[in-house]
Every structure is written in structure tokens, then in C-alpha cells.
Design a protein around this ligand. Sequence first.
Ligand code: DGL
Length: 281
Amino acid sequence: MHLAQPEYDANSPIGIFDSGVGGLSILRHIHALLPHEPLLYFADSGFAPYGEKPEAVIVERALSIADFLLQQNCKAIVVACNTATAAAIAALREKYPSLNVVGVEPGLKPAVALTKSKIVGVLATERTLASDKFHALHEQQAASGDVRFLQQACVGLADQIEKGELASIQTVSLVRRYVEPLITQGADTLVLGCTHYPFVLEQIETVIKSLQKEVSIIDTGAAVARHLQRLLEKSHLYHPIANKQAPLTAFTTGSHSSLRSAFKVLLGLAPEVSEVSVAPT
Ligand code: DGL
């Protein structure tokens, strides 16, 4: 049976989701590039972290969250999470073939263009690094040249950021444990393959500085925002009123005060935040 596809409305909001606060590192670029677009942010903090969960659980969460965002009338969805993109973007695109669904993936391609030592460190969750999608990306980029990728699963790091511990002793030592071996093995380029990690950029840079090395850090947030802009223009869903600051609203499956505080501390923003629960329909 062929189901009629819904019409999406240019006046509607863009839905952005992550396992928690990591997606705010993507939202900040979207908010800066497209200030006139209403945004709905969904933090699945009640189920974070995704990085240590089975793929089937992440697919189920992503589909339930997308259903929720579409009930809020969203015209596009940004999967602001590498782990959820790797696990669920195919299922989302299959379920909503006419919806603009934008994902994020570790920036291996820009890293290949940038590295001089031909050694690139990739920081990501266990689940992202184990995914078929990442394997395919890795194979493609490794085949295109003589670059070696050192993959580092950063177990526990997203959790620290989720707790708001950006610079605690535990976070600083986790960052050092994960970053230092990559640099000492010769990586001159580091890919932030998890949307939580830009929030510990300062800690990563401190480790690099202590080793007296020059290292480029790749965060694809700005590229994701530009890709979304192009898709909206192409599908005639760009918001028609371009000179007005649009509303920003947030939902969480965790605590609203934690998400409110994350918005304030990480981005200096103060959206209205509601606690919700979503489950498979
Ligand atoms: N922010 C997510 C990512 O980009 C995942 C963090 C987690 O929940 O483990 O992969």
C-alpha cells in the first residue's frame, strides 16, 4: 500500500535530538546560521548514554523521538548524535522518506585533507566505532590514501559531560587517558566523533599543549548547519520570515532543571524546557 506523504510547512520548526546535551554543540551552529528558524531540541537524557547501548535500543529511541517531533509539526529532523546517526538514520529515512533527515558522522574526510603526518585520531563512542556505517566510512577514507586512523572509544566521557562535569578531576584525567596516546603515536589531527566532545575542547587542547604538539581538531557542527540550510532551500522549506529571532523550545526525558542549566552554561541560552516521556507507538 502506498501511503500519502505529509506536506511539510516552511513555518514549522526544525527538530534536533541527541542522547542528551551533546546535540547542543550542533544546535549552536544551527541557531547562529539560521536564527529565524524555530528550533525544538530533544534531549533523551533519561536514556543517555547511547554509546554503550545495543543498536536496537537506539533505533527504537530514535524512531520514538522522531514521532514525537513530528507530532510537534517539525519540518526537518537533525540527528545531532553520531551514535544515533550510525544506528538509526537508515530506519528514520525509511519510515519518513519525504522528510529532510540530517545526520552527523565523524569528520574523517576533512581529516584526510588536513593531516600532514598521515595519522588521524578518532574520538567517538564504542557504539559509533563498532557500527557498519562507521566501518564503511573508514574503509572509504582509508582506501583513498595513505592515512592511518587511530580509533579511540571514549567510554564514560559523554557521561561526565552529561553530568555537567566539564573540568572535574575525573573528566580531565579521562580526556588525558584518551587523547595522549593518539598524539604520542603521531596523530596531528583529531576528529571529535561525538557531539558531546566539543564541550571539553579546552581540556583536549590542554593535553595537546602539555605535549608541545600542533594538532588540528575537527568538529563538523558548522558543516552540518550549512548542509541543513541547503536542504531547506532545496525543498522550499526555508522559513519565509528571515529577519526575526525565532523561538527555541526544549524537551527532555531527564530533568528539566539539568537541561535548562546545560543551555545556560554551554550556550548562554534560556529556552522553555518541558519533561516528556516517549515510547514506541
Ligand atoms: N552525543 C552522542 C554522539 O554524538 C553520544 C553520546 C552518548 O550518548 O553516548 O555520539
